[in-house]
Design a protein around this ligand. Structure first.
Ligand code: HGY
Ligand code: MN
Ligand code: MN
Length: 425
C-alpha cells in the first residue's frame, strides 16, 4: 500500500512539473485539470461517488452508512506559480489512500462505522491566480459568498466561473454533510525538522490579512519630463514595498512576517514614467494586536510617501483571517494516535493558511504537519521525504478511522458544544 501511495504521489507531481522539480498547477488551469482528471479516475476506480460543487470543490465519497454525514479528509491540488509539488497535493493523495485503508479496515474488522468517509480536493486554496486564497473551502464553509467568488478575475481578466467551465469543473452537485474534517500538510517551516519530530498537531493559526495598495501617479515621458514635474508611481511604490518589509523591525523577532508578493505596473513601458502600481502586501502575526499595530504604522508611512510625491495611494484591507484554535479533542486524538503508532508528536501553530482554517469554523477539525526539509515552501525547492510522507499517511489513516468510528465528534456530541472558549468564531 505504501508503494501505491508513493507511485501516485510522484505521478501527480508530473502534472505541471517544472524543470527544477517543482509544479506550476494554478487553480483551474490546464495543468490543474490534469490533476483533477486523475482525482476523478482514482475515485471511480474505487467505486466511490464523485461530486463537483458550484465553486469547483471535488468530493470522492464512500458511503458506508446510508444517509450518514461524512468525515472528510483532504487538501488542495492547486499550486503557486513555480511552486512545490508537496503543498496541498500531499494531503489530497494521502487522503485518498487513507480513505482506501479505512474502507479495507472496516471490511476486515466488521466494525460498524458511525459516519461515511470522503476525500476533498478544495478549489483555489493557493490564491495565486485568483485572490483571495482558501477560496473553495471558505465558500463551502459559508465564509465567502459563492457568486462573488465566481466573478473574481485573474490578471488576464478571466473569471473563476469561466476558468472552471473551460476545464469542465464548474459543477452543480451539493457538497456532502460533514461530521468532521482532517487534513495533513507539509509544515512549510523549520520546527519539526529542527526538533526531529515526526508529526505536528496544529493547535492554532496565526492572525493574517492582506493590504491591497493602489499607487496612482501621473504618466509622463521618461526622457523629456523635468524631474521636478514627475509624479512617479513606481518610485513611491518602491518606498511602500520597503516600508512593508521594514515594519517587522518594530516588533519581537519572528512575531510578525510581511512581504509584498504581487506588483503590477502601468503602462509598463521603458520610456514612460509609471502612472499606476498595484501591490498586495501579506501581513501575519502571532496575534491580532501585532497585525493591527503594524497596519497602523504602515498607513501613516504610506500617507507620508503620498504627500512627498504629490500622488494618491489607496489602501484596502482584504482576506482578513482571525486566529483560530483547533479543538482540544482533536489535538489529544493526534497525540494518542502518535503514541499508538510510535511516532513523535508536538503541538505546533500554523503561520500559513489552510483549508482546515475554514473547515474548523463548521466541523470538528484536525490539522497535522509532516516535516519540511529546510522549512521551505511555495518554491521548487520544497521537499519532504517519502519516509515522513508515509508516517503522515499512517497517522491520517488512523485519525480518520477513529473519527469515522465517532472519535472527536462523539466527544463533541456528548459535550453538546465544541470547546467554544478555545474557538474564535
Ligand atoms: O494563504 C496561505 O497561507 C496559503 O498558502 N494559501
Ligand atoms: Mn497548502
Ligand atoms: Mn500554499
Amino acid at each position: 500500500m505504501d508503494n501505491d501511495f508513493l507511485t501516485d504521489f510522484h505521478h501527480v507531481a508530473t502534472f505541471g512539473a517544472t524543470k527544477n522539480n517543482g509544479v506550476d498547477r494554478q487553480a483551474a488551469t490546464a495543468e490543474d485539470k490534469l490533476s483533477r482528471d486523475w482525482f476523478s479516475r482514482f475515485t471511480r476506480e474505487q467505486g466511490w461517488q464523485l461530486r463537483t460543487d458550484s465553486i469547483g470543490n471535488m468530493f470522492a465519497l464512500n458511503e458506508l452508512v446510508p444517509g450518514a454525514p461524512y468525515i472528510l479528509l483532504g487538501s488542495h491540488l492547486d499550486s503557486q506559480p513555480l511552486g512545490g509539488r508537496f503543498d496541498g497535493a500531499y494531503g489530497v493523495i494521502a487522503g485518498l489512500h487513507a480513505a482506501k485503508r479505512i474502507g479495507h479496515q472496516l471490511t476486515e474488522t466488521g466494525v460498524q462505522p458511525r459516519y461515511n468517509i470522503g476525500v476533498v480536493n478544495w478549489f483555489n486554496e493557493e490564491g495565486g491566480r485568483f485572490a483571495p486564497s482558501i477560496m473553495g473551502s471558505s465558500v463551502f464553509a459559508g465564509l465567502m459568498e459563492r457568486d462573488r467568488m465566481l466573478q473574481v478575475q485573474d490578471l488576464e481578466g478571466t473569471s473563476v466561473a469561466q476558468a472552471l467551465d473551460a476545464i469542465g469543473y464548474l459543477g452543480s452537485d451539493p457538497g456532502p454533510e460533514v461530521a468532521g474534517y482532517a487534513e495533513i500538510h507539509i509544515e512549510q517551516g523549520r520546527i519539526l525538522e529542527r526538533e526531529g519530530i515526526d508529526l505536528g498537531a496544529v493547535d492554532y493559526s496565526w492572525y493574517t490579512q492582506k493590504l491591497d495598495v493602489e499607487v496612482l501617479g501621473e504618466q509622463s515621458h521618461t526622457g523629456a519630463t523635468a524631474m521636478a514635474d514627475r509624479h512617479d508611481a513606481l518610485v513611491a511604490a518602491s518606498k511602500v514595498i520597503l516600508k512593508v518589509h521594514d515594519v517587522v523591525a518594530g516588533f519581537e523577532p519572528e512575531s510578525i512576517v510581511s512581504s509584498v508578493g504581487r506588483m503590477t505596473l502601468e503602462p509598463n513601458s521603458p520610456i514612460v514614467v509609471a502612472r499606476r502600481v498595484h501591490l498586495v502586501a501579506d501581513l501575519r502575526a502571532v496575534d491580532r494586536e501585532t497585525v493591527v499595530e503594524a497596519r497602523r504604522v504602515l498607513l501613516e508611512q504610506i500617507a507620508e510617501i503620498a504627500k512627498e510625491h504629490e500622488i494618491r495611494i489607496l489602501v484596502n484591507d482584504f482576506d482578513v483571517r482571525d486566529i483560530q484554535y483547533y479543538p482540544e479533542a482533536g489535538l489529544e486524538l493526534v497525540e494518542k494516535v502518535g503514541a499508538d503508532l510510535g511516532v513523535s508528536v508536538r503541538r505546533i501553530r500554523t503561520m500559513a493558511g489552510h483549508d482546515s482554517v475554514a473547515m474548523n469554523r463548521i466541523a470538528p477539525t484536525v490539522m497535522m504537519f509532516i516535516p519540511s526539509v529546510d522549512g521551505v515552501s511555495h518554491c521548487e525547492r520544497e521537499f519532504s521525504t517519502d519516509r515522513d510522507m508515509l508516517t503522515g499517511l499512517r497517522a491520517l489513516s488512523e485519525v480518520g478511522y477513529r473519527m469515522v468510528c465517532g472519535a472527536l465528534t462523539a466527544d463533541v456530541a456528548e459535550s453538546g458544544t465544541r470547546d467554544e472558549e478555545s474557538l474564535v468564531l
